[in-house]
Design a protein around this ligand. Structure first.
Ligand code: TRP
Ligand code: SF4
Length: 329
């Protein structure tokens, strides 16, 4: 079985952007791939180092988000980054093979640095694509399902793997080059019309939101601002709600756009339909979430046994890496 590795930073609950970008694929592929789900608590520190208490509670939140959408704990391995020393070891080895300039020019690093208001980046923040490479390669993952913002990082990972093999492999592949798996709707825009739905941008619908919260947020979503009266013809191309219909209500998408254009549907009803669609999607997740929220010790057990399994695999990889580098004595 080929292996998948992906994961999320534990900086709060996951949202619909994570769902369409990656979680949906994880669920779909879990039967056909050996699936590893990383709770990236160390990477969470790159931006939330002053709030370790939030990271701690988010470890459970993110694990439950993953379980609630239908990942089966008997099939997938869910584990905590800080419990895997081999990831830290590989990060150090890989850090020698990456130039600071290539990290500085990484477009996702640049965007995120701006978003968090950093101009003088910490070593850890600048280097997280290197530790992400360790995340992916410690278990020799073949495939990484992520949103398109992660493309530069996976490219970086492939480069590091190639460099490592060229330098130390003696013609053999020691570190596998991972492939990216993008989903069809790999980027969901924010409710406010921002290009991306993001935790820190305050424009997200969370997988953990209640029916009322979803409806309230959808009602406040940015529409075609030129459409003031119901009789005004709308332009769905500049409306956030229509973009969501495309993702969550594909069957009716064209029809809704036509009705918007000839003013035969009002924004209130259009949003109502969307809210219902999103709630229909989330409803079965809410049931599972409820179960795990009430069985936290089971969640803890899932993370601990997943981390044990990941550790065994990672320790083997580090042994191979050290042996290839000829530093085993
Ligand atoms: N950087 C990813 C994000 O911000 C999270 C992540 C950490 C990750 N390590 C990973 C994703 C390894 C895929 C593979 O979403
Ligand atoms: Fe947007 Fe729907 Fe209103 Fe058209 S009818 S502007 S698609 S919310």
């Amino acid at each position: 079985m080929k292996r998948i590795l992906t994961g999320d930073r534990t900086t709060g609950n996951l949202h619909l952007g994570h769902y369409v970008g990656s979680l949906q694929n994880r669920v779909k592929l879990q039967d056909d791939y050996d699936t590893f789900i990383l709770l990236a608590d160390i990477q969470a520190l790159t931006t939330h180092f002053e709030r370790p208490e939030l990271i701690n509670s988010s470890i459970y939140d993110v694990a439950i988000d993953n379980l609630s959408v239908g990942l089966d704990p008997n099939k997938v391995t869910i584990f905590q980054q800080s419990k895997i020393p081999s990831i830290a070891e590989l990060t150090i080895f890989y850090s020698m093979l990456v130039s600071v300039n290539s990290l500085r020019h990484n477009p996702t690093i640049k965007t995120e640095a701006k978003q968090y208001g950093y101009d003088d980046l910490s070593y850890g923040f600048l280097g997280y694509p290197v530790s992400q490479t360790a995340d992916i390669t410690f278990c020799k993952a073949d495939l990484v399902p992520v949103g398109d913002d992660q493309i530069p990082h996976i490219e970086q990972s492939r480069k590091i793997a190639r460099r490592f093999n060229d330098l130390y492999g003696k013609g053999e592949i020691i570190i596998k080059e991972p492939e990216i798996l993008l989903s069809e709707n790999s980027r969901l825009m924010g409710l406010d019309g921002n290009a991306k739905m993001g935790k820190s941008l305050g424009n997200a619908i969370y997988l953990s939101d209640s029916i009322e919260e979803v409806n309230k947020k959808v009602r406040a979503a940015k529409t075609d601002i030129n459409r003031i009266k119901v009789s005004d013809k709308g332009n769905p191309d500049i409306c956030t709600v229509s973009k969501y219909h495309k993702v969550f209500n594909e069957g009716e998408y064209k029809n809704i756009c036509d009705m918007c254009k000839n003013a035969s549907i009002g924004c209130v009803s259009c949003k109502k339909i969307l809210g219902d669609k999103i709630n229909n999607l989330l409803e079965p997740f809410r049931e599972k979430r409820n179960y795990y929220e009430n069985h936290k010790s089971e969640v803890k057990e899932i993370i601990i046994s997943g981390s044990e399994k990941a550790n065994k695999i990672g320790n083997e990889t580090v042994k191979e890496v050290k042996s290839a580098m000829n530093i085993l004595i």
